[in-house]
Structures are given as C-alpha cells and as structure tokens.
Design a protein around this ligand. Structure first.
Ligand SMILES: Cc1cc2nc3c(=O)[nH]c(=O)nc-3n(C[C@H](O)[C@H](O)[C@H](O)COP(=O)(O)O)c2cc1C
Length: 336
C-alpha cells in the first residue's frame, strides 16, 4: 500500500447500519452508501488475529465511497487488538468498534464476543489498547448486549459501562436484549431474548456524556423516531438489509437536508460502472446483487425481479444485462 489514507471522521451516530457477517461485505456497503448517503456503515466483524496473521489488504480494502466506515474487530487479547488496529490505520477507517455482542459458540470458545460482558476489566484493557493504536479522531466504540445468561441487566450492565467509559470509550451501541450463551444459536439469539429499549434509555440517562446508540428489532419509522427522543442514534441491521428502500426512506426522513435517491431503478442503474469494474476484477455478480434482492419487495413484479436476478447472476458469464432483464420484470411505475 502507498501513502496512508487519512482517517475520515464519523459525522454522526444518528443512523448506522449494523455489522453483519456474510452480509455487510464491501459490495453491500457500496450499495448502502448509495441508499443512505449520511449513514455510518460498519464492516462485518473481523477477528483481530486474522488481520495480524492474515491477508490485510484482502480483509480491509474498501471503496473510498463507503466512508464513513467503522471497522468492527473481534478479539479479547489487548495486544492482538492493538496490532490489528495499527495495521488498519492506513485504510482510513472512521472508527474501530469492539464486538462484545456475538453469541456464537466460535466466539465464546475463543473468549470474545458476548461472553466478554462478564469481564469488564479485560474489555477496559482492550479499549485502552485500541485507543492507543489509532490516531486521534478515530473513534473507538463498543457494541454489546444488555448482559449474558444470568447477569443482572441493571447492576452488571452499569458496572460494565462504567468500566469501559473509565477506559476512554465514548460511544456504545447496545443490542437491547441479553445473549443466552448456553443453548441458543446466533439466529435465535437475535429473536428469542426479549427486547428492552427502556433499559437502554435508562443507560443513557445514567451516562449522559456517552453517545448511546440503540440496536435491535428497529423496523418502523415511528419506532425509530420515538427512540431518538431518548438516545443519540439508532443502528439498523436486518431491516436495512432485507428492506433497503425502507432504509433509504428512513435515512431521508432523518436527514431531510441531505439529498437522497428518489427512485430505485435509477439507483440500481447508477451501480453499473461499479459492477462492471468489479466483474473485470473477477468478482462474482451473484455476490454483488444479493443485497439488492429486497429492493422491490411488495412492489408489483418484485418477486420475479428477485428470482430473475438470483438465478441469472449465478451463471458464470452473467453481466449487467442480467440486471436489466430482471428490471424488465417490474410493473411500472414503482412507488417512490
Ligand atoms: C447475518 C447477521 C450477521 C451478524 N453479524 C454480526 C457481526 O459481525 N457483528 C455484530 O456485532 N453483530 C452482528 N450481527 C448482529 C447485528 O449487528 C444486530 O445487532 C442484530 O441483528 C440486531 O439488530 P436488528 O434487529 O436491527 O437486525 C449480525 C446479525 C445478522 C442478522
């Protein structure tokens, strides 16, 4: 890599797209940036060790238009996290986020993710190590749950947040449910433990200087607007991926002074140059179009669009004409 790219500041935490493994890859983020120009985007969680011992460029490279973009790291060894964050500096991320919410057996087995909620002291060390690794202005944040298993979501969560705030973390995203580590798989852990937004609102009241972002189950505009009366921002995961146009409209409503795309077909066509460049580099069309599947959900012809796109893009020779053929399935006009 040549000269370091300067870090771009996080403009705002008002609206962000959640880190989602196997979903928020660079093609997805390129699309999300077009849908929601001011939203803060996150990479998928990348395990710190993979950066330290792996192919850094392959793991961290991204298109400049994805910025402001936060790199989410998984790990629990302060030294390893420090090294990973240092290696990431030349890529100009707007922030580094530590994952303290992943309930997968792989994460728990490796001693990171949600199980770290039991060890605020270690998380505080990790936060300090990350802050030391990045240039001033690169925000170090943390994403956690309300607690794990039998933890007390009042006392234990307050203790946890005091520890990380004491270590210098100023931004916290809370997935507003517990993670149950013994028995529930990751998908169930995003559905079964009940959501408790009020607890996150009380956290903001107890730690008014922290930037607190609410996450979990947000999929209606009124719900988001109501939450924003209590917290500094919202993070949207599945609804942003599955209903991209709803997400774009939400972003437009929250940032009325920033231009947003007005129609979905033009938005898709504006991706053509990007797609063709990526195809030339050997990327697969099927990987690029997956985040578009829900774009015309509930619109006449939307299901056929999705089917044609998904089947057509699987062919090894598939190019932009596959997208145009899928667009022909739509019954016009499509609502804005
Ligand atoms: C497919 C998928 C992958 C996920 N991967 C991550 C991840 O890498 N890091 C993380 O902190 N959370 C991850 N999550 C959790 C989301 O960031 C978010 O906390 C969760 O989906 C709840 O928000 P939502 O109800 O808006 O989807 C993932 C969620 C999904 C659906």
């Amino acid at each position: 890599m040549s000269a370091p790219i300067p870090a771009r500041p996080v403009n705002s935490r008002l609206l962000s797209v959640a880190p989602m493994m196997a979903w928020t890859d660079r093609h997805c983020r390129y699309f999300h940036r077009r849908l929601a120009p001011p939203a803060l985007l996150h990479t998928e969680m990348i395990v710190a060790r993979a950066i330290v011992y792996g192919r850094v460029e392959r793991l961290l490279a991204h298109d400049p238009s994805e910025q402001p973009l936060v790199l989410q790291l998984g790990g629990s060894d302060p030294e390893e996290l420090h090294q990973a964050a240092r290696l990431a500096v030349p890529f100009g991320f707007a922030g580094i986020d530590l994952n303290v919410g992943c309930p997968s057996p792989r994460a728990s087995g490796g001693g990171f993710g949600a199980c770290l909620m039991r060890d605020p002291g270690r998380v505080a060390e990790c936060v300090r190590a990350l802050i030391e690794a990045v240039p001033p202005g690169t925000e170090v944040s943390l994403k956690c749950r309300l607690g794990v298993d039998e933890q007390d979501t009042e006392r234990d969560l307050d203790r946890f947040v005091s520890a990380i705030a004491g270590a210098g973390c100023r931004v916290l995203t809370v997935h507003a449910r517990k993670a149950l580590l013994g028995g529930l798989d990751p998908a169930a852990n995003r559905k079964v433990p009940p959501l408790d937004y009020e607890r996150v609102f009380r956290l903001k009241a107890s730690f008014p200087k922290l930037t607190i972002v609410l996450n979990g189950g947000l999929n209606r505009r009124e719900q988001v607007e109501a939450a924003l009366r209590h917290v500094d921002g919202v993070m949207i995961g599945r609804a942003a991926y599955q209903r991209p146009w709803w997400f774009s409209r939400l972003s437009a409503a929250l940032h009325p002074w920033i231009p947003h795309p007005q129609d979905r077909i033009s938005l898709l066509r504006s991706m053509r140059t990007y797609v063709e460049e990526q195809l030339e580099r050997g990327e697969r069309l099927s990987e690029m179009v997956r985040p578009w599947f829900g774009l015309f959900q509930a619109e006449p012809g939307g299901r056929r669009f999705r089917r044609l796109l998904s089947e057509g893009a699987r062919k090894t020779t598939a190019g932009w004409e596959t997208v145009e053929r899928a667009l022909e399935a739509l019954t016009l006009p499509i609502a804005a």
